[in-house]
Design a protein around this ligand. Sequence first.
Ligand SMILES: NC(=O)c1ccc[n+]([C@@H]2O[C@H](COP(=O)([O-])OP(=O)(O)OC[C@H]3O[C@@H](n4cnc5c(N)ncnc54)[C@H](OP(=O)(O)O)[C@@H]3O)[C@@H](O)[C@H]2O)c1
Length: 250
Amino acid sequence: MFNLAGKVAIITGSSRGIGKAIALRFAENGVHIVVNYVRHRQDAEETARLVQERGAECLVIKANVANDEDVVAMFQQIKERYGRLDFLVSNAASGVLKPAMELSSRHWNWAMDINARALLTLAQQAVPLMLDGGRIMAVSSLGSVRAVENYTAVGASKAALESLVRHLAVELGEKKITVNTISAGAVDTEALKKFPNRKQILDTALARTPMGVLTTPDDVADVALFLASDLAKMIHGQTVVVDGGYSIRA
Ligand SMILES: NC(=O)c1ccc[n+]([C@@H]2O[C@H](COP(=O)([O-])OP(=O)(O)OC[C@H]3O[C@@H](n4cnc5c(N)ncnc54)[C@H](OP(=O)(O)O)[C@@H]3O)[C@@H](O)[C@H]2O)c1
């Protein structure tokens, strides 16, 4: 239906959680997948196994997206293997959860480098490989536009990420490369286990979500697939919110 067979995608942070769901959804549609991770090789290999089970090729690359040398080396491998790239999904994220008054420059730079600056380096490496146009997507959160307890550094980095998406969109439109953000509501992944009030976050999200269910990694992957398809060719520079309506509540 989406006609993506034989295309090539890199999804950063696709060893687990939302990135993994996007990798599998793309693989089901015939897209060859580059799985990226930084610490947990076993998880990345499990994603690769599931990608291959769906009939797509898979390349697993360890690279810290905040490290320029790692990113350059990763794209060198993609160039050698495929000579091209169609989709870049900048999904990997990290961050220290602390009140603003307790944040150090190191905490700030950590979040900014991994969550925001990485997209710039990734895009600079990806665009020369997007020979027939392409799609760039960044995965963000509602903390980019709202104040969430202990989320200061990550929220600010997501706001920077969404701004970068708009600037890239203006620059890359003429190359027929669309650039968009997918912003998700609370999704129960490993990332949420870092929050001491995880249960409260999930209970509140569920109670406030008009659709009556929590957003899942697969829900986010469905939107990524749509944005990758021809159906979305005129969606450009936007933030698409996937949260079952959570964020529209007063
Ligand atoms: N979960 C939520 O409630 C939620 C809501 C809205 C938006 N999001 C966003 O969705 C995205 C994915 O979140 P998630 O919940 O799926 O996270 P997750 O389960 O914690 O997975 C994070 C992934 O990123 C990788 N990663 C972390 N730091 C990296 C780095 N420096 N370089 C390369 N890879 C790195 C991890 O690899 P390793 O396992 O090797 O460390 C892992 O594959 C993030 O952008 C997040 O902000 C999440």
